[in-house]
Design a protein around this ligand. Structure first.
Ligand SMILES: [Zn+2]
Length: 226
């Protein structure tokens, strides 16, 4: 599928009207004008090591791109929270620009497809969007790497937030399936995209599903590892 912004004319108009009547305020400092102001974007510092090789130590995922340090970046924490829980979709544009910077420093292999981590349909319907997909769409638009919705979520897993490492891994086991209609050729390098990661159990489960279906070059990215 070619890269796309996923915004039709009606949602653009809605978006414009919403901005007109409810001017956005920065999620971090509350300054009016945008959901994440330039000053706060400037405060989100980038790590020296934005790409780490073989993060699971078993060769399943070749590298992970996490450009930011979560704990020292208050504006980033606010932005991710705003995106996930307050439905501030616009924040995803600024966050995708940060991911783009890490791609500039360490370009993924040519022909890499971006694959957002899917949400279960029920959760996506509740939230109205999948934040990982928004990030991947903006990142695709910025970097011209195509986006493929290769994965689908079959099980409505419990929220990971309250679980420990073992419970998270158990919870994510077999959570994903391949969406054959959108599957690129097996030799396509895949970059999994999520907003934030913790124990890597979501990326691991998604990568295992891809590997089972013949994909060998699997990378992943999230703004930060929390
Ligand atoms: Zn701000």
């Amino acid at each position: 599928m070619p890269y796309r912004l996923g915004m039709d004319i009606f949602s653009s108009i809605n978006h414009y009207l919403a901005k007109l009547f409810f001017p956005p305020a920065c999620v971090s400092c509350k300054t009016e004008g945008s959901f994440l102001c330039e000053a706060c974007i400037g405060k989100i510092s980038l790590m020296k090591n934005m790409r780490r090789e073989n993060p699971l130590k078993d060769g399943l995922i070749q590298a992970i791109y996490t450009p930011c340090d979560y704990h020292s970046n208050r504006p980033l924490q606010k932005a991710l929270h705003g995106l996930k829980y307050n439905y501030y979709k616009d924040v995803s544009t600024s966050l995708a620009e940060i991911l783009q910077k890490s791609f500039r420093v360490n370009p993924p292999p040519p022909g890499t497809h971006l694959v957002p981590i899917p949400l279960h349909k029920r959760r996506e319907a509740f939230r109205g969007f999948n934040q990982a997909e928004l990030l991947a769409e903006h990142l695709s638009w910025l970097t011209k790497y195509p986006i493929s919705n290769v994965l689908k979520r079959e099980i409505n897993t419990a929220s990971q937030a309250t679980l420990n490492k073992e419970q998270r891994q158990e919870n994510m086991k077999n959570a994903f399936e391949i969406n054959l209609e959108n599957a690129p050729p097996k030799n396509t390098p895949i970059m999994l995209v999520d907003d934030v990661c913790t124990t890597l159990s979501t990326f691991k489960s998604a990568a295992q599903t891809l590997q089972k279906h013949g994909y060998r070059i699997i990378l992943c990215t999230a703004l930060a590892q929390a």
